[in-house]
Ligand binder design. Sequence first.
Ligand code: ADP
Ligand code: MG
Ligand code: ZN
Length: 635
Amino acid sequence: MNPKPKDDGKKKPLKGPGMAGSIASVILIFMVIIAVYLLISGASEGNPVIPISQLAADVSAGKVSKITVQGNDLTVLYKDKEVKNSKKETEASLSATLANYGVSKQALDSTELSIQNQDGFGYWTLNILPYLLPIIFIVIFFWYISRQVKGAGMQAFTFGQSKARITDPSDTNNRITFKDVAGCKEAKEELKEIVDFLKNPKKFLDIGARIPKGVILTGAPGTGKTMLARAVAGEASVPFFNISGSEFVEMFVGVGSSRVRDLFRNAKKSAPAIIFIDEIDAIGRTRGGGFGGGNDEREQTLNQILVEMDGFEPNEKIVVMAATNRGDVLDPALIRPGRFDRKVVLDLPDRNDREEILKIHAKSKPLSEDVNLKLIAERTPGFSGADLYSLMNEGAILAARENRKKVFQFDLIRSIEKVMLGPERKSHLLSKKEKEITAYHEAGHAIVASVLPHADPVHKVSIIARGRAGGYTLKLPLEERRLQSRKEFIDDIAMSLGGYVAEKIMFGDITTGPSSDLEMASNLARAMVTRFGMSSAIGPISLTPSEGKPIWGEMREDKYSEAVAAKIDAEVSKIIGNGIKTAEKALKEHKKVFEAIAKKLIEVETLEQDEYEKILVAHGIMLKKKEEPEVVIEG
Ligand code: ADP
Ligand code: MG
Ligand code: ZN
């Protein structure tokens, strides 16, 4: 589940206008330049132009009163107030030229000659602009191209700069504090120390205390790691440099490490500050022996981070925070003392925390009186903060779609399922036969779950397709649990096989429907044998690396012999076989209620918990009771 939360204050680098906009502005600039040129040069135009020989004749005839010389351009004012233009030769002076054309000394004397300053603005513009214009145009053209290239992400001129987004402490709109993060009490407690240090570094430095340079936040996706890091910066009112691990790694070698250097340099300039490297597992995985000789670029980036962290003095007042949901794959060099030596673990929220998180996200939404967030929290074990955020959001969307001004409880209840399973696919039409098979299949799951003592109670059964599932039986644990027992696994496997067994009993044939059920059951059975030591034949030995352990170098190779492999397979088959027997027994023993549920499903398609339980009770099946948690007082 990975909902896109509201823009959490990340600032995108400014982007230039679109392509069309740029072209338009270049053309506009060009046109303005041409217009200016025409305006200036046009000042002397519009008059008739005469050859110099004509001018000489007119001067001799005494018709001319004044000649203005401007470079080689002549403006001739006639006695009858007519104005004409002419040009003289480049080298010779006007009087010499006219003399050459046979103008007498007297005639020339009676004409006023005025030589105008040649370095006037207009003169220079007029003369230089024709040469300048293409140059200006080329410059603009290249500037425009380089902007386009940048826009395309190549950043031809800014490779090595870090792309960190900076959140300024004075930016109150995007400021997040601990108040905005619900739950996570232990994590907040640990991080308070960092906040204290950033707020008042002197106090700590004076007493010679060594402040952690690096804090690593680990936890499942959506548990609020990014949010919490942001909140530390908000609490301490320091700048927050935010960059994601994957942003260091580019196509070009050396870019990553130069980005790291740039990032640390910038952060030091505005110390005290927080550098936050999100999803650090993108660069911080265990080094060496990777596929295809390893990723040198990634290694160098990682090395550079280590060098920077080793390199700064305690008085540098920079705390580097990092987040990952794969704490187990990080390079040991990253987490040794002096680097990311503080590890803060964020757990999935428990019931109270879930309620708090729901309350936070409910703030901006008008809720109807019937909304009971406590109940929603109870119904959502295993949801992360991000799931809860998207639950509230879905609820609001449902309400808005139905043109209501307030969010009702049933909007939120519907959203729980939506977040868990994806939206309902009402359009997926089942043929009559398909519908019947699906109904018996789901009823099979449900009855097995309700009859077996260690399976979770059923909350809802439906034959409406959802996400990828054709139908579904929703079961939720009565309470949250961290440990699962062998008995629970066994019953879970039987419950997963309930659909398969139901089809076999009722139709004597199997469809492709239960394939994912079978997969789930087999995986669970295999895990019981090889990871949890829950089979007597193999004993309490772990035979698979725990999920997510680095497998660089040594390819995924099972570390046990063929003989053991055969034994494992036999054990898995045994567990599955037993599961099928258990399910068969359950369905045959309770065939009446099983059929009743299936028929009801064909009729109404979806059974909520109370309707479902009514049918169970009518057939004399005991409902599961919520156990009161035992309170043990020690002392
Ligand atoms: P992570 O980085 O751990 O994957 P985020 O910090 O990005 O998760 O959280 C995603 C969203 O989930 C947040 O923007 C917030 O809306 C919500 N959220 C997660 N945890 C909490 C929490 N403890 N309190 C309030 N909201 C939370
Ligand atoms: Mg995150
Ligand atoms: Zn099924």
